[in-house]
Each structure stands twice: as structure tokens, then as C-alpha cells.
Design a protein around this ligand. Structure first.
Ligand code: F1P
Length: 635
């Protein structure tokens, strides 16, 4: 398969800090995530990270350009637009950021001008839908639509892996438009961006992104923002560090531009540096201009937020344990309830569970006060699309509350600046506390705010995280949102680890719903079976087509026509068993009842290696080790 023979993209590598995360207890999981998230600020592997002067300089230039566009809108009544676009989590972060920034602009009497695009449209905000990510012409078409009638468009295409054809199609369009600025955001070197052929398109992501990189050297209408933040803690799960880095970078650029525009500091404790006389600007570090310092201070606010979150590792771990105690039950669920952006972050966290871990749609859910009303999404109320799109608290009350059992965990998400929170949230929380469900409370607290009114003895676990920086500009909880994202990612990832859906630090039940995920599945098989790439691909296709005979398997590429949403890697392990002549391998497995997914992986290893004894023994040892870790935690 073209593109697979090359060095792996950083975002698809296994992170050495989390290789044994599947054997860790809740606190150990959180500590490993802390180490991995540190790379967001510290950088990785000798590449430029977010604090590298090269990246800071680009962010600064981008913020100046953003400020200029906003100023033209204000002073000259221009219709400039800033469009964030991406697939999956990148599109969801694009939504949350554009929604928040528009509200901040309004607060200062500016006209909202942020827009977002997500592959597959608004339905992808809630239910992951990866197939449209492979469609460059659709990406370009969506961008053309949102740009109609604008004087200038700053297009920010986000693809953590520099791998999404949808975004490549948009960059390819925008960089040839005289009234567009093209910004590519992702977390790999451009030279490693995805180079696989794309169905019905004559370019690869890499060709387009390299062209933009060349343009960015000579034009101020092209930017590449690609700090390297290290591999994801669960290999390839870019909803985690990739999504968090996106939020940090967009926030830093936007808040800096607003600060420049308004000429006033953003945070109470921040002052703009006095302009130094020219001659004293000869500093030891010539690469970092003093004018960058307000922007760097903002970046530091995010970094301190990260540190504060992980200083509460014990609390985060106890919420994780509570959630896992339900998710590990046969019909356990984890449900987030919240308001505003913090509530919406619950929706976003839940949305990636299906494709990443192969869970059912009901297992992780989020609900937000007011539902779609006021969520700043383009298509408005989506609840007509079905049960999963019914996300308001009233809908929670009618659809879910009556069915809550002691296998369910309900996690209430609060911001302390919300005081008691919306009255409806308060009423619903009281009803949940009276139900058989296990209840947890997570409060993101502003320094100095009393939170006693939120605490209730009926919560099994309550965690309060006091943040040094809470919001920017009044009620928009920019930093609290970042903190909450880190915590929710830890809880949902940890619960899936403890359920046995992660092997090493690999997602072993991902959905094969587009080309990139098909490639990832091949890499997983390669890694655990020791097979070479061609054999691994062939094994996967044989399992998909339920054919042992090579001649009957369609080796078409990109992906294969059957790759739609119903294929999950673990189920393919199972179906491959029916092809196997060595069905007696079942007897090898010691923990089949407790951890079916691990069992499937184990069976698969045996099958595809024709029972290669050495690696089977190694795999079994590892499984037993993991099982012990799990037993200690769950019992
Ligand atoms: C986009 C994305 C991810 C998701 C999954 C499929 O990735 O939808 O958000 O977790 O891996 O791809 P990217 O284009 O931002 O790298």
C-alpha cells in the first residue's frame, strides 16, 4: 500500500511513556497521561514544539494578521471571515472555538466573524463519521459555500496527523484564491504528512501541504503551524493531545489578536510590557522579540492550567475509578451533564468513543443545559436526527433518567463561576442524586470562588480543581474548558483501558471507517503479529471479505469498497477464527470471560501466525500481567 512503507507519522507512533498503560491502576493511568501531556508544552524528539521560537514567530504573525482582519471589520465595515475546519475532533474543537470567540467578540461590540466546518456536517459533532474525511472535493465545496460574499477569508485547516483529504481539498482551494489566507495546523513535520493516494483525486495530502509550505516561505497569505507534541498516549488517538494542542494554539492566537486589537490586557494579572527604547532591544536571545511576550504569557496560562490539573491527579483518578466501576459492568454507562461550553465538552468527549474503542452509542453520552439552543452550531437543533442527538437536560430527563441503574455513572460538570449553574441543571442533578446511579461531581473553580453550595454528601466522589486562570474576557471559560478537556479525556480513556479495550497503548477495537483507520489497523496487526505490512494487509482483507483464498480477495486501494462503518478490529479477529483450521487455540486462553477483547486479540495472534509458539507465550504473559492489573483495580 502506497504510503505505508515510509517512516510512520509522529502522531501514529507509540508513545514510550504510556507503553504499559494497560497494566496501570487509575492513578498510574493519570500519571502516564500527565507525562504525555507535558510534551504538549515541552516538545518532542528534537522537533520544534509550541514554545520554539520558530513556532512562536508564526503564531505571532498569524495573530497580527487576525487582528488586522478584525480591525477592518470594525473600522471599515468589511466582511472578513475566519473559518476553522477539520474532521472528527479537529472539527469539534473548531466548533467550540468559533462559538466561544464569537461570543467574546460580541462582548466587545465587534461583529462575530468566526465560522467552522466539520467533515460530514453538524451530525459529526456528536456521532463520528469518518468516511467524509476522505473527500477533498466536498471539503473545497464546503469552504466555497462558507466564503461566499466575504471580502477576505482566513482559512484554518486543522488535521492533527496532516492526514485528512477533506482538509487537503480545502487548502488546495484556498491557497489559489486571492482573497484567502491559508493556514494549516497539524502535529507532524510536513515531510511526513500522509502520502497515500486519494480516491477520485489526483493529489496526495503531502503534495498539497508541501506546496503550501513552499508558499509560506514567500507569502504572508500562507502559514504552517505544526509544532511537534509527541505521539498520542493511546496510539493515533488524536482526540487527546492533538485536540488539546489545537485548542491551545487557536486560543493563543485569537486572544493575542484581540489583545492587540483592543490594546488592553486580557487577564486581570497581566500587563502589556512597556515599550523598550530601541537600543535596549539588543537582547541575548535574538530569536525572541519582546513583542511576543503577551502571547507567551497566554501560552504560559495554558501551561499552568495543565500543571494545576495534574496536581489533582488523585482526584482525577478517583473519578476515573468511579466511571470505570460502571463501564466495566455489562450494561454500564458514563453520562456527563453540564452547561454551556463545559457541557458541550462532555458531548465532544463522548463522541469519539464509538470509532476509537468500538463501544455502543449509549455507553458514553453527554447532555447540556438548553440542548442545541445557544450551542452556536450551524445547523441548529439536531435532535430530529435520532436519540443520540437529543442532548438537552429535558431530553436526558425523559430518555435516560428513568432507566438509570446502579451500573450507571453520572458525572456532573460545573464551573464555579456558574454559581449554582443553570436552575435546570440543579433540579436534574437533584433527581440524579436520588436515583440508583453512581454520581460524581467535577468542579472547575475560579480562584477565590466559594464552591460549598455545589457540594452534596450524596456524591460518591467530588473533585474540585482550583485554576490559576479561569476565563478570558468575562464568562468565557477558555482555560477552564482546556482543563476540563484534559480531565474528561483521562476519565473516558482510563475507563476504556480498565475495561480491556487497550492493549499496550494500542486501541484494539477501532472502527475501520476510512482509509487512515484502515492503515492504522494494518499497523496494529503488523506490530502484534510480527507479520510484514503486505501480509498484515492481506490478513485484514481476508477477515473483512471472509475469504481464505487469496484469489477471491479484492486488493483494491484506497481502502476497499466494503470499508463502511460496520467493521471493528476485534470483531474481525473473531470472524477470522471461523476461517481458521486451528480452532483449538481457544483453549490457550486463561481470561476469556473477563476480557473478551483481549481474548480476541490473543486468538488472532495465534491464528495469523499459524501458532508461532514463542510470540504466543509472550503475548499470553502480557495478557496475564494486564489481567492482574485489572483485577487489582476493579476488585
Ligand atoms: C481526524 C479524525 C480524528 C479521529 C480519528 C479519525 O484526524 O477524525 O479526530 O480521532 O482518528 O480522524 P485529524 O485529521 O485531525 O488527524
Amino acid at each position: 500500500m502506497a504510503g505505508l512503507q515510509e517512516p510512520r507519522r509522529v502522531t501514529e507512533l507509540s508513545n514510550e511513556l504510556t507503553r504499559d498503560i494497560d497494566t496501570a491502576d487509575p492513578l498510574g493511568i493519570v500519571r502516564r497521561l500527565c507525562g504525555s501531556d507535558a510534551q504538549l508544552f515541552a516538545g518532542w524528539g528534537g522537533h520544534p514544539g509550541v514554545n520554539d521560537p520558530v513556532i512562536l514567530d508564526r503564531l505571532w504573525k498569524l495573530s497580527l494578521k487576525t487582528a488586522a482582519l478584525l480591525k477592518e471589520n470594525q473600522d471599515q465595515k468589511k466582511n472578513n471571515r475566519i473559518v476553522f475546519s477539520g474532521c472528527g475532533t479537529s472539527g469539534r474543537i473548531a466548533w467550540l472555538c468559533s462559538w466561544t470567540y464569537n461570543r467574546i467578540l460580541q462582548k466587545f461590540g465587534h461583529t462575530p466573524c468566526f465560522h467552522y466546518l466539520i467533515a460530514g456536517g453538524d451530525r459529526s459533532l456528536i456521532i463520528s463519521n469518518e468516511l467524509p474525511e476522505d473527500d477533498p472535493p466536498k471539503g473545497a465545496e464546503d469552504l466555497k459555500k462558507v466564503a461566499e460574499g466575504a471580502d477576505h477569508v482566513m482559512f484554518v485547516g486543522i488535521t492533527c496527523g496532516l492526514s485528512a483529504p477533506y482538509v487537503a481539498g480545502q487548502i488546495d482551494h484556498s491557497m489559489h484564491q486571492p482573497n484567502m489566507t491559508s493556514v494549516l495546523m497539524g502535529f507532524n513535520p510536513v515531510s511526513l504528512s500522509r502520502n497515500a493516494p486519494i480516491e477520485k483525486w489526483d493529489k496526495t495530502c503531502r503534495q498539497v501541504f508541501l506546496e503550501l509550505e513552499t508558499l509560506s516561505c514567500t507569502s504572508d497569505s500562507a502559514f504552517i503551524i505544526n509544532p511537534i507534541v509527541g505521539p498520542e498516549p493511546i496510539t493515533g488517538s488524536s482526540r487527546m493531545k492533538g485536540g488539546s494542542t489545537t485548542a491551545v494554539l487557536l486560543g493563543t492566537v485569537f486572544l493575542t489578536s484581540l489583545q492587540t486589537l483592543l490594546g488592553q490586557p486580557i487577564l486581570p494579572s497581566m500587563t502589556l510590557p512597556a515599550r523598550e527604547p530601541e537600543e535596549t532591544e539588543v537582547v541575548f536571545d535574538h530569536s525572541l522579540s519582546p513583542s511576543l511576550s503577551p502571547m507567551v504569557s497566554l501560552l504560559d496560562c495554558y501551561s499552568q492550567t495543565y500543571q494545576t490539573v495534574y496536581r489533582h491527579s488523585g482526584g482525577v483518578a478517583s473519578l476515573l475509578k468511579l466511571a470505570a466501576s460502571c463501564i466495566c459492568q455489562p450494561s454500564g454507562r458514563l453520562i456527563y451533564l453540564g452547561a454551556d461550553t463545559l457541557g458541550a465538552l462532555g458531548l465532544v468527549d463522548a463522541s469519539e468513543m464509538v470509532p476509537t474503542y468500538g463501544v455502543g452509542l449509549e455507553e458514553f453520552r453527554g447532555f447540556v443545559a438548553g440542548g442545541w439552543e445557544g450551542c452556536g452550531n450551524t445547523e441548529g437543533d439536531l435532535s430530529g436526527y435520532g436519540k443520540t442527538f437529543r442532548v438537552s437536560l429535558s431530553q436526558f430527563e425523559s430518555d435516560v433518567l428513568p432507566s438509570l441503574t446502579d451500573q450507571d455513572c453520572v458525572l456532573c460538570l460545573h464551573g464555579s463561576s456558574q454559581r449554582t449553574g443553570p436552575p435546570h441543571l440543579h433540579t436534574i442533578v437533584n433527581k440524579v442524586l436520588a436515583s440508583p446511579a453512581k454520581c460524581g461531581l467535577l468542579v472547575m473553580a475560579e480562584n477565590g470562588m466559594s464552591c460549598n453550595h455545589l457540594l452534596d454528601k450524596r456524591y460518591e466522589t467530588a473533585v474540585l480543581i482550583r485554576l490559576p486562570y479561569y476565563h478570558a474576557f468575562g464568562k468565557e471559560c477558555v482555560f477552564a474548558g482546556f482543563a476540563l478537556k484534559l480531565v474528561l479525556n483521562a476519565i473516558s480513556t482510563g475507563a476504556n483501558i480498565l475495561k480491556g479495550r487497550v492493549y499496550g497503548n494500542e486501541m484494539i477495537n477501532l472502527r475501520l471507517s476510512n482509509d487512515k483507520l484502515f492503515e492504522r489497523a494494518i499497523a496494529i496487526i503488523e506490530k502484534w503479529s510480527g507479520a510484514n505490512e503486505e501480509d498484515a494487509k492481506f490478513a485484514l482483507l481476508r477477515a473483512i471479505y471472509k475469504q481464505d483464498d487469496a484469489a477471491n480477495v479484492t486488493l483494491s486501494h484506497p481502502a476497499c469498497p466494503l470499508l463502511i462503518s460496520e467493521y471493528y478490529l476485534s470483531s474481525l479477529f473473531l470472524s477470522s477464527l471461523s476461517l481458521s483450521s486451528s480452532s483449538n487455540i481457544v483453549q490457550y486462553h486463561p481470561t476469556s470471560q473477563r476480557h473478551p477483547l483481549r481474548t480476541w486479540l490473543f486468538h488472532w495472534l495465534c491464528y495469523w501466525q499459524e501458532v508461532g509458539v514463542q510470540s504466543v507465550i509472550a503475548a499470553e504473559r502480557k495478557l496475564l500481567q494486564s489481567a492482574k492489573g485489572l483485577r487489582d483495580v476493579i476488585s
